[in-house]
Design a protein around this ligand. Structure first.
Ligand SMILES: Cc1ncc(COP(=O)(O)O)c(C=O)c1O
Length: 394
């Protein structure tokens, strides 16, 4: 069978390959004193809180399951708008909010709406692998710009300026980022957007981890800067609803009908049951629970990053959000007699039964230096993995 060159251009998602190997190994060691600990998972270890579960069950019982408007339930768009006002202090009218099947569908729609064949989109290296594949699925080309710890692994206005060519259409950023958990300083983001605007380009920003921000300095939406910025968000991370497949995107007024037309044709709408359930995310009781969980994620970060550093796994920048640690494993790999993050991750999985993700997925600049740890696991499991790593690394 012949497949499209578009499909052939999409690399495998190595995180999933590693996850499969970890699952196989987990079955082997299940009954032992050291069952597998999964620190390779990119999703919260919590599920939706009770009010959200009940709202989903009620929608099913009441038969409130027909297609919705392609832009989403009006009531949900209003709730999201209210969230921007109460939580982030920004006025985002409901009419500019498009409810989607996760951030993934939002990214897909944004790329299809904005990118012509051959257009280039600048993004940081390292970054979330699927983001560059949304660009190539729209027949554009993702240009990865190497970043440093001093830049918090984010693009700077200088680098955007230097990398801009006749083919550049815009930037796709993520703040806080996967795999680093680091955000762009608001002043730098403003400068980047100015550079992009001056060249007639678009600024797209993936704010899926914004709800899980731990530092006052960084927890601001880019929408506060300019209504021409396109912001992608989701119920997956802060709202703990990964498998419910629900997200949203805020777009400029002129883009709403374009995205609506694409969404009507490609998706009809996001899951109705999930949309009905998500209305309950914004009840005071649910928000209190989400805030308790956010505090738990922060406590895990505060324990785990210093612990990794004490093991000789340097984490050059303290993450300010999300639930990841981007750690340099060069020294630790040498101590195990292996070279590079891929073999290091396999060795840690085999000998300590701790699953982690090698840097390979996230870019081509320094993937062999870094591994990603996820702290979306209980404090007990994090402590146990540190004990095992200490034993392994000496
Ligand atoms: C940075 C980033 N963007 C987008 C996504 C996709 O999220 P969703 O479940 O909302 O489609 C993820 C998932 O891990 C992610 O880490």
């Amino acid at each position: 069978m012949k497949f499209s060159s578009r499909a052939e251009r999409i690399d495998p998602f190595y995180v999933m390959e590693v996850a499969k190997a970890a699952q196989a190994m987990a079955r082997e060691v299940a009954g032992t004193s050291e069952p597998m600990i999964f620190l390779n998972i990119g999703e919260p270890d919590f599920t939706a809180p009770p009010l959200v579960q009940e709202a989903a069950a009620k929608a099913v019982r009441d038969g409130a399951t027909q297609y919705t408007n392609a832009l989403g339930l009006d009531a949900l768009r209003e709730r999201i708008s209210g969230w921007y006002q109460s939580r982030l202090g920004v006025d985002v009218p409901a009419r500019r909010i498009v409810v989607t099947a996760g951030a993934s569908a939002a990214l897909h729609l944004a790329c299809l709406a904005l990118i012509e064949r051959g257009d280039e989109i600048l993004m940081p290296d390292p970054s979330y692998p699927c983001n560059r594949h949304f660009v190539s699925a729209a027949e554009g080309r993702a240009v990865l710009v190497p970043t440093t710890a001093a830049e918090r692994y984010q693009l700077s206005s200088d680098k955007v300026q230097a990398a801009w060519t006749d083919k550049t259409r815009g930037v796709l950023l993520a703040s806080p980022s996967n795999p680093t958990g680091t955000s762009i300083a608001p002043a730098e983001l403003r400068r980047i957007h100015e550079v992009v605007q001056a060249r007639g380009g678009v600024t797209m920003i993936d704010e899926i981890y914004l709800g899980l921000s731990y530092e006052e300095e960084f927890g601001h939406t880019a929408l506060a800067i300019d209504e021409n910025i396109i912001s992608i968000n989701s119920f997956s991370k802060y709202f703990n609803m990964t498998g419910w497949r629900l997200g949203w995107m805020v777009v400029p007024d002129a883009m709403v009908p374009v995205v609506e037309r694409l969404a009507q044709n490609l998706f009809i709408c996001a899951s109705t049951v999930s949309q009905q359930a998500a209305l309950a995310c914004f009840e005071a009781e649910s928000i209190a629970e989400y805030e308790r969980r956010r505090a738990e994620f922060k406590a895990r970060r505060d324990y785990f990053i210093p612990a990794l550093r004490s093991l000789g796994l340097s984490v050059p920048v303290m993450p300010d959000g999300a639930f990841y640690a981007w750690a340099d494993c060069t020294d630790a790999a040498q101590r195990l007699g292996v070279q590079g993050s891929w073999d290091f991750a396999l060795e840690v999985m085999r000998r300590a039964h701790v699953a982690i993700t090698p840097g390979r997925d996230f870019g081509s600049f320094e993937p062999e230096r870094f591994v990603r740890f996820s702290t979306a696991n209980s404090m007990e499991q994090l402590q146990e993995s540190v004990a095992r790593l200490r034993k392994l690394l000496g």
